[in-house]
Design a protein around this ligand. Structure first.
Ligand code: F42
Length: 144
């Protein structure tokens, strides 16, 4: 088992710790929004270390939609590159943990459909896209 390196942002790492330690009894929502989150576990593409990233919970049937928004930051989050390099992830949704495979959605029709679902689940994604010049990437995670 590779070493786990927590995210350097303390509130992010603390959410991961609480969510996992309580098996999804606590820490499952984004701070004061009350909106649900999942935890994505993947490999770092340079370190080979285990990385864990909380994201908003956006579901499409049995799949999850992962939005690399990072609050509308000018650059993609690092986890975007990790998932492009190694698409095998583990996704925790409350107490359900599944091995899944991700792919970036590039088909325009498919992306538009999933973007609508994402914005419904978490409306600030719309503002994040307005705020940044980059096109925010979207992955779909499917059962492996
Ligand atoms: N971020 C989103 O993009 N979308 C969301 O829907 C979202 C929801 C959310 C909900 C709750 C919450 O607590 C956080 C949420 N976030 C969301 C923030 C998300 O969890 C991430 O913190 C954010 O997207 C930034 O991801 P990041 O991977 O860019 O992390 C930054 C802070 C970072 O610098 N991380 C590491 C570090 O230590 O430098 C990167 C480590 C890494 O992966 N390194 C690679 C490796 O091999 O290990 C190599 C890096 C390289 O040089 O290529």
């Amino acid at each position: 088992m590779s070493e786990y390196i927590p995210n350097p942002i303390s509130w992010v790492a603390e959410q991961v710790e609480l969510y996992e330690r309580t098996n999804g009894a606590e820490g499952t929502t984004l701070r004061d929004t009350g909106l649900p989150c999942i935890i994505v576990t993947n490999m770092g593409n340079k370190s080979g270390a285990v990385r864990k990233t909380p994201l908003m919970r956006v579901v499409d049937g049995e799949n999850y939609v992962l939005v690399a928004s990072w609050g509308g930051a000018p650059k993609h989050p690092v986890w975007y590159y990790n998932l492009k390099a190694d698409p095998k992830v583990e996704i925790r949704d409350i107490d359900k943990v599944q091995t899944m495979t991700v792919r970036e959605v590039t088909d325009e029709t498919e992306k538009n459909r999933l973007w609508e679902i994402a914005v419904q689940a978490y409306p600030p994604y719309h503002d994040y896209q307005e705020k940044t010049d980059r096109v925010i990437p979207v992955f779909i995670a499917e059962p492996a």
